[in-house]
Write a protein that binds this ligand. Structure first.
Ligand SMILES: [Mg+2]
Length: 333
């Protein structure tokens, strides 16, 4: 353990794990996470390694709140979730869907039409009534979006529940919204622009994708959701079951939850840190917290070099962002 003593008190029993993914997902084949305990139980700090201190600091705020602040009032015990299909070959679709039992809303990562339409076809062959979400991660220009969505509409009709972040810029999204017959969800427009004008989003999108850690935790997410004022889908950032439990609590704390949430993603990992993983059963996951199992921490323990890297990352963010504002972090008192 290389954390300094002050932080060791806050990040009790901190463990760094490296969990293999089953299929490469956003280019990731190993998911690293720090899990630790506070007065309210286990929490997780797992910003992607390329994030700078400012972006990762938002995740640290969520992680600390998760460990020290009790969950708010929950309105439901189970959360309906969607299946998530990475960019795999069409013949791999059935085996991936089998890991999401009962899920009939299916989110698919896509790059364009030509290389992805056969995968959509493979899903519809298996589940003709599936509600499909295409996640573009903002990678299309306005012209590409028009072209590809025209092709998707022509081939499949309106099987699409929404198109997630088809373009990066708000200007392109606003133009697109007037032209296409599909609903639009925003994800990166929120996550990468937390200080922007959230009220603007209501005129360019139909659904807001909200994630626990990138929002800064449950309280911060509540504020964000109130500002955006759109129907919400809570979605994971490929966390372990510890992070997923806080995402589930966030979803359960919302009075209205009209869509399936993107929280079944433990199915995309090759391991976990809890025995009873938060996986979908009959298309739903029960809202609960689970304790970290030491045998699983041993199994997936990161190398000592990576452990030091994560401890340095926490200390760096702490010194830069939190140390001077500790009184504002009411949960630690
Ligand atoms: Mg997305």
């Amino acid at each position: 353990m290389t954390l300094n003593p002050e932080l060791r008190d806050i990040f009790q029993d901190a463990q760094v794990v490296a969990i293999p993914t089953r299929t490469s997902f956003r280019g990731i084949t190993v998911r690293e996470a720090v899990v630790f305990r506070g007065s309210e139980g286990w929490s997780e700090f797992s910003p992607f390694v390329e994030y700078d201190a400012q972006e990762a600091g938002v995740w640290l705020q969520a992680a600390i709140e998760g460990a020290y602040n009790p969950w708010p009032k929950l309105h439901r015990e189970n959360i309906a979730v969607n299946a998530t299909i990475p960019r795999v070959a069409p013949d791999e679709v059935a085996s991936i869907l089998a890991r999401f039992p009962g899920c009939t809303t299916i989110k698919m990562k896509v790059n364009d039409f030509a290389s992805d339409a056969d995968r959509v076809e493979a899903v519809l062959d298996l589940y003709p009534d599936a509600k499909i979400r295409l996640d573009v991660n903002g990678s299309w220009t306005f012209e590409e979006a028009m072209l590809y969505l025209y092709d998707y509409n022509l081939r499949f009709g309106n099987v699409f529940e929404y198109i997630e972040q088809p373009c990066d810029s708000l200007t392109d999204l606003a133009k697109l919204k007037k032209e296409i017959p599909f609903a639009i969800a925003v994800d990166e427009s929120i996550r990468k622009n937390l200080t922007g004008d959230m009220q603007e989003l209501k005129s360019i999108a139909d659904v807001a994708v909200i994630k626990w850690a990138p929002s800064g935790g449950i309280s911060a997410a509540h504020k964000l959701i109130a500002e955006i004022d759109l129907p919400v889908v809570i979605s994971s950032a490929l966390e372990t079951s510890i992070g997923i439990s806080h995402n589930l609590a966030l979803a359960a704390s919302l009075p209205e939850l009209p869509y399936a949430c993107g929280l079944g993603t433990i199915a995309l990992l090759g391991g976990d840190v809890v025995e009873n993983s938060l996986l979908p059963v009959d298309g739903q996951i029960s809202v609960r917290s689970e304790a970290v199992a030491s045998s699983l921490v041993e199994k997936y323990r990161a190398s000592s070099e990576r452990e030091i890297w994560w401890h340095n990352r926490i200390e760096g963010i702490w010194d830069e962002t939190f140390a001077a504002n500790i009184d504002e972090l009411g949960w630690l008192k």
